[in-house]
Ligand binder design. Structure first.
Ligand code: ADP
Ligand code: MG
Length: 320
């Protein structure tokens, strides 16, 4: 490949919002046969909104419920949302932004925030009586932290509420304090209107698309079906540190992988893909992802993934 031809190729790419870190990268782009796409922020807008709150019935309310009475207890769902928002104000995750935006009223103070990647967040939140540790995250992680997930005969527990929310395609997180689950929050994201076209175009180029996400299986499969990714190519509920392994496993099978992602949690997988293929970072995503990627998709438009591959194929065909 002549340097001039490669420069023409990278120049053409740049005009379409595809920034390539070095001209030699076009060679790996051309060989890609598998594209692994992150879900949140890559195939979806990554702008979640709160779609519902289920309060968990607490043990002291079970008796009233069994008698067919409405258990009292003020306005628990409002309190749970405020508690969650106080914790999430320390996080940059799309889930966090949705919860903070939805919480009305003055937010309680929080300190000692900690983020458990792919699992949830926690902090100490100020209350009238002092302070309490509030956790927001996946049910399994909360159970590991010793949280009672509730539920009893005739009373739905956390897992049932989460399952029901996920069946509707939502992402569900649980709010807990003082050792008990308090509420399940439903969050909704929107699929990018151009995602389906991008996947169709990849398939037309003979490339197999895969979906990789830390989110739940039901929501992942729903997005996959809508954009045209086969259910067998969906890997869900993956911890950030394990995203890299999914890419490495495909490489071991002899695939040349392009990974597309936007989050801090995608950076390692982007770098892994780049070692033997290519990492595409959404320009609308985090700086960490952009640094780890070989190509930046400036506008965050997934259609520029097949466009980059087409340009590389054309450039290198002319040269040979
Ligand atoms: P994705 O691959 O979709 O970007 P992540 O790895 O960031 O997913 O998160 C996976 C899961 O971890 C979320 O669906 C959620 O259950 C939990 N989680 C991550 N961050 C948070 C947060 N800030 N608040 C609550 N839950 C979170
Ligand atoms: Mg993401």
């Amino acid at each position: 490949a002549t340097p001039t031809a490669l420069l023409v190729g990278t120049g053409r790419a740049a005009q379409q919002g595809i920034v390539i870190k070095g001209p030699e990268i076009l060679e790996s782009t051309r060989r890609i046969d598998t594209v692994v796409l992150d879900k949140t922020g890559t195939l979806t807008q990554g702008q979640m909104s709160l779609a519902g709150v289920d309060s968990l019935v607490q043990p002291e309310q079970h008796e009233a419920l069994r008698r067919g009475e409405r258990p009292d207890g003020g306005e628990p769902s409002g309190e749970a949302l405020l508690m969650a928002a106080a914790v999430e104000s320390g996080s940059e995750h799309p889930i966090a932004r949705a919860i903070v935006d939805a919480a009305a009223g003055p937010m309680p103070q929080a300190r000692d925030f900690s983020n458990h990647a792919g699992l949830g967040v926690s902090a100490l939140v100020a209350t009238d009586g002092g302070e309490r540790e509030v956790l927001v995250g996946r049910p399994r992680w909360l159970a590991e932290q010793g949280v009672d997930l509730g539920g009893a005969e005739g009373v739905p527990g956390t897992q049932e509420l989460v399952d029901a929310a996920e069946q509707t395609g939502a992402t569900a997180v649980v709010v807990a304090w003082e050792g008990r689950a308090r509420a399940v929050l439903h969050l909704r994201d929107t699929i990018k209107p151009e995602a389906h076209e991008a996947i169709t175009e990849l398939k037309r180029l003979g490339i197999t698309p895969h979906l990789l996400t830390g989110d739940n299986r039901a929501s992942a499969e729903r997005v996959a079906a809508e954009v045209g990714i086969e259910a067998e190519h969906v890997t869900a509920e993956v911890l950030p540190q394990d995203k890299l392994d999914v890419v490495a496993r495909l490489q071991e099978q002899g695939r040349v992988v392009g990974m597309v992602g936007d989050g801090v949690n995608d950076a390692a997988a982007l770098a892994q893909a780049g070692s033997r293929g290519l990492g595409f970072a959404m320009g609308t995503g985090t700086d960490v992802a952009i640094e780890a990627g070989d190509i930046t998709l400036v506008r965050g438009d997934v259609r520029t993934v097949p466009a980059a591959i087409r340009i590389s194929r054309r450039t290198l065909r002319i040269i040979k």
